[in-house]
Design a protein around this ligand. Structure first.
Ligand code: NAD
Length: 321
């Protein structure tokens, strides 16, 4: 349709990106997806157009943003705690290039509005040293002391996109551990929920399932459908500051494993690997500002979301066995 608004999703071959493409199509947009790889778990023709481009380069960001009114900037070189702990230079170089060039190309091509996916990893280490921590408010970001380089780059890029505010409207969300089906579940880039679901799917009753750290570390987990809905609501709002998008239900990794085992109907034992990276001790989202600004908060329960995620991952594993 001629009058359809044209939007771009970068990182559309990735987990949240392809869920967002599907959501935006349902809202009636014309969607261009761009990634360095094709979507692994969904057809690439879910987007009206899908371009394979390396967004570390300005000329490719210019191609990606040509004729586009709104950009959802999700492309990033990232993975779970193991990956971001051991690939600092790649993570910093790639993500600085992707974001600097996406920001500049959006300006050059007259984009009107841009969404940037920041992360709870920007929050300072000194606020996350207890398992039973006080949930993180947006204003806790400074004085800055992120736990890893990935978080430092996210914090820098929040500032980068904000500084382009005179050229286009920028909206920024800090995602807190997004999970769900159709995402990476093995190979080293997977996050804790997908890794736990994979390990349980492969386990038999009585097996020992490995957990990184003592398992007492705590997190909150937000289901991907809630995440994309929150992104869209933020994009349509007039709120210009970074906003948490996450669940405010705190759970330890040990309890999360028990939950997945119960969903799977399996009785397993835990084996704690104390020499593996486990990130900060505790992290939770304070949703006060989100509720006030968007009149919304995530609604899918962890049990419901994990059930869908476990089902999808166990089907994938059966499919390759
Ligand atoms: P993902 O790894 O599945 O998706 C990122 C996509 O970016 C990948 O498909 C990757 O191929 C693409 N990409 C990497 N380098 C590129 C390049 N040079 N050019 C073009 N594309 C490139 O990750 P995700 O979980 O879908 O995360 C999406 C965004 O949300 C990322 O910016 C991530 O940092 C952020 N985020 C995610 C979470 C989470 O829990 N999943 C939490 C906080 C922030």
């Amino acid at each position: 349709m001629e009058n359809q608004k044209k939007v771009l999703v970068t990182g559309a071959g990735g987990f949240i990106g392809h869920h967002l493409v599907r959501f935006l199509k349902k809202q009636g947009y014309w969607v261009r997806g761009v990634d360095i790889k094709e979507p692994e778990y969904s057809p690439k023709n879910e987007a009206d157009e899908f371009l394979l481009l390396d967004l570390r380069f300005l000329e490719n960001c210019l191609k990606a943003t040509e004729g586009i009114e709104e950009v959802y900037a999700l492309a990033a070189n990232m993975g779970g705690i193991g990956f971001i702990t051991f690939h600092n230079a790649d993570v910093l170089y790639d993500n600085v290039c992707i974001n600097a060039n996406t920001a500049e190309a959006s300006k050059k091509n007259g984009v009107k509005r841009l969404f940037y996916s920041s992360s709870a990893c920007i929050y300072p280490t000194y606020k996350q040293e207890e398992t039973n921590l006080v949930a993180l408010k947006e204003s806790d970001a400074y004085p800055a002391d992120p736990d890893n380089e990935y978080g430092w780059e996210k914090l820098f890029s929040e500032r980068l996109y904000k500084s382009y505010g005179e050229f286009y409207q920028a909206r920024i969300a800090r995602f807190h551990n997004i999970f769900g089906p159709e995402g990476t579940y093995d190979g080293g880039r997977e996050k804790a929920p997908a890794a736990l679901a994979r390990k349980i799917a492969l386990a038999k009753d009585g097996d020992y399932v490995e957990i990184w750290g003592d398992g007492l570390q705590t997190r909150s987990f937000c289901y991907v459908d809630d995440c994309v809905e929150g992104v869209y609501k933020l994009m349509r709002s007039d709120f210009k500051e970074p906003l948490n998008i996450g669940s405010d239900r705190l759970i330890s990794i040990n309890d999360m494993l028990d939950m997945v085992a119960k969903i799977a109907g399996k009785k397993v034992n835990k084996k704690h690997l104390l020499d593996k990276p486990q990130g900060v001790r505790g992290r939770n989202s304070d949703n006060t500002l989100c509720k006030r600004v968007l009149n919304w908060e995530p609604k899918v329960s962890l049990e419901e979301g994990m059930e869908k995620t476990y089902k999808w991952i166990s089907e994938q594993i059966k499919g390759v066995q």
